[in-house]
Design a protein around this ligand. Sequence first.
Ligand SMILES: NC(=O)c1ccc[n+]([C@@H]2O[C@H](COP(=O)([O-])OP(=O)(O)OC[C@H]3O[C@@H](n4cnc5c(N)ncnc54)[C@H](O)[C@@H]3O)[C@@H](O)[C@H]2O)c1
Length: 416
Amino acid sequence: MVKKRLGIGMIGAGFVANFHIRSFIGVRDADIIGVVSKDDDMSRNTADVIKKIGVGEPNIYNSVTEMVADPAIDALWICAPNFARIEVMEEIVDAIESGKGELIGVACEKPLGRNVQEAKKMLELAQRANLLDGYLENQCFSPAITRGKDIVWSRGAKLTGRPYLARAAEEHGGPHMPWFWEGKLQGGGVINDMMCHSVEAARFLLTPPGADRTVLKLKKVNAYANCLKWQNPKYAQQLADNSGGKLDYINRPAEDFGRSLVEYEDENGQQLVVETTTSWSYVGAGLRLSMELLGPEYSMSIDTLTTGLKVFFSRHVTGDTGEDLVEKQNAEVGLMPVVNNEEAEYGYEAENRHMVQSFLSGKRPEENFHDGVNVTELLMTGYLSAEEERTIAFPPPNLDTFIPAVAKGEWNPKNK
Ligand SMILES: NC(=O)c1ccc[n+]([C@@H]2O[C@H](COP(=O)([O-])OP(=O)(O)OC[C@H]3O[C@@H](n4cnc5c(N)ncnc54)[C@H](O)[C@@H]3O)[C@@H](O)[C@H]2O)c1
């Protein structure tokens, strides 16, 4: 039977789940009808938001298994923390294999796994249960990126040659929850958390329109990692205070700054370069995403903080702090950029439209777990490069079992 509407279950009720939920205002043919998380208050609040903005009438479930067992649920969005990926996916697949329920697909937030072994396990589990799989890399769906790519390829590249250099950066002042900062739980520091976006957005920009993501062959990775801000005793203390003493950035930091230089080869043997920068040590108005695409006679650039809308508040406008102007906002006074519709601008809306329509038509999404594995392979090669301070030819031996020192709690740039 062909389905006309998709019943979605949300796994996780935190920051990103709420971003997805708000984006569904701009997504047709889907309703969010289930929520499960580890925190009852968060589940209730999230269910209230879903009802209030009119994107579904959700039930709150006690477990992932219970949600899979509801015949109205067709697909799950995995928005739980990185350390819960495998446990959540195993529960989904167990519920299906033991005949408790059926699903069309799963969509999973970035990163697909904390390391290559986990990312490959996610892919293997999805395939074992015959699920369509969507990798939620929102930046590949951001309107500025997709529109910029279309224009550059259909005019500049068509007439003068393909783009050869993509730059991408994502920077802010640091994540909102302590688990992101803990290498073991998250899988690394800012490289795993945010460079995953930049490398995939850059690969997308360099890939010819309509071509498979794998058309570019990864050849070499050179990366650098450091902890520039948060190992400073004053800031390390802030992290310790905000985490009930769990985070110890003096002795067990994660990188808050990373760079990578990645070499690809296209189908004609042409060398292409990706340059990425990422940091949790950027203090500006808020989250800044920037990208560039360069070719023989053209260039394109994006900076999400260069907005059309700005507001100015004098020093006499005092009040609560918040993120009402831009994600990861750092100030409330002065001249401030406003991102009008973050869910759309950052790509969540188009991403969810694509996932919903792919699942309804029985097609594998264009951005899928295979891409999630590729991203993790690249990032792990980057960690290896940063640890060994050398360029690494891809694939390095033993990549599948490589765990970065930062994810073992053994990395400290002060000991280098
Ligand atoms: N695309 C993006 O730009 C973006 C932005 C932020 C986060 N993320 C990703 O989304 C995921 C969630 O991040 P967040 O910021 O929402 O985290 P969060 O800590 O704000 O929320 C996590 C939610 O998951 C729930 N949870 C924890 N363990 C669970 C389990 N075993 N089963 C079900 N629910 C569980 C928690 O109760 C909470 O509701 C992470 O993997 C993160 O990397 C992506």
